[in-house]
Write a protein that binds this ligand. Sequence first.
Ligand SMILES: [Zn+2]
Ligand SMILES: [Zn+2]
Length: 358
Amino acid sequence: MSTYTHYDLTEFGKPLEKVTGDIPKPTGKEVLLEILSSGVCHSDLHIIEGEFDLGEEGTMRMADRGMKLPRTLGHENVGRVIAVGSDAEPSLVGQKMLVFPWVGCGTCRACKEGRTNDCMAMRIIGLVQDGGYATHMLVEDANLLINVDGLNPNLVASHACSGLTVYNAIGHLGPVHKESWLAIMGVGGLGLNAVAIAKAKGFENIVAVDINDSNLAAAQDMGATAVLNSKNPNPIDQLREITENALTDVLDTVGIASTVRLSVHVMIKGGRYVIVGLHGGDFKMPQPWLPQKAMTVRGCHVGTIQQLQELVDLVRAGKIKQMPVQTRPMDQVNQALDDLKRGKVTGRIVMTNEGLKN
Ligand SMILES: [Zn+2]
Ligand SMILES: [Zn+2]
């Protein structure tokens, strides 16, 4: 592709704008990718809106968190290296790479310990740095790239965010017992990957909970043991019955009052409740239950590049069932975001650049 086209957020709350220009040139350690696939993530909707709902604390505005516009969004990217700067390895050219977007500051304690996802000054690609809703993307250092030669880029792209997020979260669940149950709250892009990864990690009894029957059907296809539409009457009783009163673990990819309530009611003593969803509001539960139920509640955010490499290795080994993916040409990114907002997407939409070979 001889021109550089990118889709930028120029104003919060507005559709992305198509911008064209000269293809950027990598300098120093930089690597230039031609974008093959870029997954459309639910977080993009929050980023475009420019705020997260903090319940009684008000809102968190992206502008106050250092996000400057215009910005090319897109943080689930696979591209082919087409040029490198003078300080980067020339043999990278031609390789197909998954981009780790959760870039840390590199100097804080979390970063030094390899936990860049716990960095307080992250420079996230597609948020603080330009992302992959584009024909090309510059990546600051090849150490943010994972080789995915031989894998389908449309299928592997979403692991950079949705796959990695639930891979990290699942590591905080368990141990796995034959009698115990895992509930996955919300089976959109995150939750479907969670079903696949939880199965690969040995969870046998998995119940998927959602308000959308087509999402639940997809979860069943992915290997969920049982499903529950939480719009049904008495979801608390129903979930207790499905899990034979042995719900030990919950992975919440939604994170709203109703998923919190359902989870803390049904989990048995000693349960673990891991929340990755960012839909917003307040976390409320009866305080005595925390000690009385000996409950662990924790959140986690995305994951590390080591974890992303582990996940890609599992994909290569054929251990992770692939969730449904639909591809669309890059110039339809606003429509894709709109469909996601309206809940019309099962699995993941992945934007592609026509004319590029996978
Ligand atoms: Zn994401
Ligand atoms: Zn840091």
